[in-house]
Design a protein around this ligand. Structure first.
Ligand SMILES: [Mg+2]
Length: 153
């Protein structure tokens, strides 16, 4: 590996590609001995902290981050990557197929949150009112069902 950063667009990269690259990376450096699930989890949490710092003190930011400088976005990409790569490694050393587990979780979420619960029809205003009413009714019943579901997404 050279010091030149590859310019691949990454469009076709898979979780398996990344997993294999990280396994090879660790093997080449004899770092596998440090890669216990606990150590990887703690490293992941540390990287989530670094990712959080990218947003710290900025207040709410619009989607797409239109006001961010290119260097800030590049740094954000690095921190997002650190989180992803540690998550992939953690999954690997726990014997979890992350892609398979994630697809299963998307399926379970679709069952838990059926579209019909949140979308009444094609009118966005009516849908917002529909969801707001459901949340209000749930709050009035002292149940956190829908509210909790919406907040956990
Ligand atoms: Mg980092």
């Amino acid at each position: 590996m050279t010091g030149v950063v590859p310019k691949d667009d990454g469009a076709a990269v898979s979780l398996e590609d990344l997993r294999q690259k990280m396994v090879d990376f660790a093997k080449e450096r004899d770092w596998e001995k440090y890669h216990s699930p606990r150590n990887l989890l703690l490293a992941l949490v540390g990287e989530v902290g670094e990712l959080s710092e990218c947003f710290q003190w900025k207040g709410e930011v619009p989607k797409g981050l239109p006001d961010w400088k290119e260097e800030e976005k590049e740094h954000l990409g690095e921190e997002l990557s650190d989180v992803l790569l540690y998550l992939i490694q953690l999954s690997h050393y726990c014997g979890i197929d992350l892609g398979k587990a994630a697809l299963r979780k998307v399926h379970l979420n679709a069952i838990k949150h059926p579209v019909s619960r949140y979308i009444k029809n094609n009118n966005p205003e009516e849908n917002k009112k529909f969801v707001d009413e459901k949340i209000t009714n749930q709050d009035n019943n002292n149940s956190n069902g829908v509210t909790e579901n919406l907040q956990s997404q």
